[in-house]
Design a protein around this ligand. Structure first.
Ligand SMILES: Nc1ncnc2c1ncn2[C@@H]1O[C@H](COP(=O)(O)OP(=O)(O)OP(=O)(O)O)[C@@H](O)[C@H]1O
Length: 608
């Protein structure tokens, strides 16, 4: 009886360790089935290469096999990961499954593996050892969860593009997650081999891979306890059925599968979603942040170099972007200097978003040259441009929806906070200090946009206006030199838009250079030091707000001319954009006409 429990418990631990190898990549939004291949390679390599327990003793033999197996698993993940990490979703799953199947076929046809008959391995693993190994793996993922690295992986899962724009090197992070998966799958392979006595390549086939994945999904991939819950569920349900006498043929697998379906349907976040994530703000964090407000870039944060007022931040020369036959942007020459607040306006489809996407590195230009904070656009990856000091919000909110507002802003602070994961594993006080610094920075940014009291709320639960403000807080957290806002006031009422205008003005007073697209022209004219008007992808006017409001070309772009009404379609970008010019954009051409703007904020200088 005790033996039976020990077997069940050992299989729960082994199943959970295997599920952790799937969890390792699911937290970064990757779907891989290659773990079965990593486990197979590691199990056979470990069992074949490690010395016999009769020569060196049980534990040393197992430890040596584990070291070999984890190294083999990690190495195989590097070899497979390098060419496949650019694949997404089901394509990655198929490629990695192909690898696992290839490994199985090769191992089946080798003499040293015993072929289909399998390889005999002495049983060394005990239930205690299995749970100790599981404890260590769970500890790794627990400590990773709230580290800078763990948050970056979650951000990649939630929105890869936004994560890049926050300065996260997505390729490197995804590969690191994949290598972790390889090492953990390797650990599983070796422990399994030293428990079941006889391993065959078929133990690591497609079914095994799918079972591992299902266990991880059932457990949930948003909380580190997920794989343990998943494995417990998967192992115990059949045991309970057996105990209550549900044994007959198809009934047992049918009921087990039904239960699985119920969990997946009603708990899409897995069993772990039943456990509430702690998202409260640590006591005193808000006060700490306010107390720190005037202290420069913040203790424990990487200092940033900002260009001096008047230095060039953005230099565009003949910049153009063509989509098929559509000239979204053409021949734009523009220079933005440090300290300026530049408003980019123009009718729908004028090319504003395309232009700022090029400036922030998301879209490569088709022609012309551009330098932003010393980086050459088109040749520099998005995360490097972010690292140079460019931060942005998006036209359509790109928040990390399942993370709290605070966690969103902590991801925003990725570039200025220090890596903490390895130090967290060792509980070093310096990791705690750096975490507190990042936390203070995040709280300060939330406070700046008036969201400090919503820190614990999930991003997706916030109102539309709050989501837009949260995006600004997230963008501010990296202490940028250039802040790009794409229609930040969209969906805001006049009072909210007025507050936003105050915020932008106060950020500019702190020395931040701001480029923002906005359809509320009244707000733009009130807030900006310079306004640039785009129409059909070209700059038709650039100057002080007063000049722009009176510029006949600008008025015509918004109102259209008589000839246009007669049917001239224009050239370049869509002519429909002209028709779609929002009526309020026209009426707002006089500053202040839309939404009375309150007196600008006069709060003291704040580094965020
Ligand atoms: N990925 C794309 N593929 C094809 N055409 C595109 C793409 N992105 C933009 N365009 C086209 O380029 C033109 C400029 O679009 P863009 O979104 O930059 O304009 P916009 O001024 O930001 O408009 P809005 O104010 O409506 O956001 C439009 O004609 C648009 O249809």
């Amino acid at each position: 009886m005790l033996d039976e429990y020990a077997t069940t418990l050992t299989f729960i631990a082994l199943g959970a360790i295997f599920a952790y190898s799937f969890y390792a990549v699911l937290i970064a939004g990757q779907l891989s089935l290659g773990q079965a291949g990593f486990a197979a390679l590691s199990a056979f390599a470990g069992a074949y290469l490690a010395p016999s327990p009769t020569d060196v003793g049980d534990v040393p033999a197992l430890l040596i096999a584990v070291a070999i197996g984890m190294s083999v698993g990690a190495l195989a993940a590097v070899v497979l990961g390098l060419p496949t990490m650019h694949l997404r979703g089901v394509f990655l799953a198929i490629a990695t499954l192909g690898f696992a199947e290839a490994v199985r076929v090769v191992l089946t046809n080798q003499e040293w593996t015993g072929g289909a008959q399998g390889l005999g391995v002495p049983r060394v693993l005990t239930v205690g050892m299995a749970w100790l190994a599981l404890g260590l793996v769970a500890y790794w993922f627990w400590r990773m969860g709230r580290s800078r690295y763990g948050r970056a992986l979650e951000a990649i899962r939630e929105d890869e593009l936004a994560a890049r724009a926050m300065g996260i090197d997505v390729g490197r992070h995804r590969l690191a997650a994949f290598v972790t998966a390889g090492a953990v799958a390797g650990l599983y392979g070796v422990l399994y081999a030293y428990y079941v006595r006889l391993i065959a390549p078929d133990d690591f086939d497609f079914v095994a891979a799918v079972e591992g994945l299902v266990t991880a999904v059932v457990g949930g991939s948003t909380m580190f306890l997920g794989p343990i819950l998943g494995s417990g569920f998967q192992t115990i349900v059949p045991e309970i059925q057996r105990a209550v006498g549900v044994e007959a043929g198809w009934i047992r697998p049918f009921l087990a599968s039904l239960l699985l379906l119920v969990v997946i349907l009603f708990l899409p976040g897995g069993l772990a979603s039943l456990i509430r994530r702690r998202t409260r703000l640590p006591a005193g964090a808000a006060d700490d942040a306010r107390a720190d407000a005037g202290e420069g870039p913040g203790r424990g944060l990487a200092g940033r170099h900002h260009p001096a007022a008047g230095e060039p931040v953005v230099s565009l020369s003949g910049l153009g972007k063509e989509y098929g036959g559509v000239h979204a942007v053409r021949g734009v020459d523009l220079e933005i200097r440090a300290g300026e607040v530049v408003g980019l306006i123009g009718p729908n489809g004028a090319g504003k978003t395309t232009l700022v996407n090029m400036i922030s590195g998301l879209v490569p230009p088709s022609s012309g040259t551009a330098t932003v904070l010393g980086s050459t656009i088109g040749r520099t990856p998005v995360h490097r441009i972010a690292a140079a000091g460019v931060s942005r919000t998006f036209q359509h909110s790109k928040l990390f929806n399942r993370l709290s507002a605070l966690e969103n802003v902590l991801v925003g602070a990725h570039l200025v906070s220090r890596p903490t994961f390895l130090r967290r594993l060792l509980w070093l006080p310096s990791a705690r200090r750096d975490e507190r610094a990042a936390l203070r920075q995040a709280v300060r940014c939330l406070d700046r946009v008036g969201l400090a009291d919503r820190a614990a709320a999930r991003a997706e639960a916030l109102s539309y206006g709050d989501q837009r403000r949260l995006e600004i807080a997230r963008a501010l957290a990296s202490d940028p030199s250039l802040l790009i806002l794409d229609e930040p006031a969209a969906g805001m009422n006049h009072v909210e838009a007025a507050r936003l205008s105050e915020l932008i003005t106060s950020l500019a007073r702190d020395g931040l250079t701001i480029l923002f697209i906005e359809h509320n022209v009244g707000m733009v004219l009130q807030t900006c030091t310079r306004v640039v008007v785009l129409n059909f992808g070209e700059v038709i006017a650039s100057g002080a707000p007063g000049e722009i409001a009176a510029d006949p070309a600008v008025i015509e772009a918004y109102l259209g001319s008589d000839e246009d009404d007669a049917g001239s379609a224009g050239s370049g970008a869509t002519a429909a954009g002209r028709d779609a010019a929002p009526p309020d954009a026209v009426t707002n051409l006089t500053p202040g006409a839309a939404g009375t703007l309150d007196t600008p904020d006069t709060t003291p200088r704040n580094p965020t």
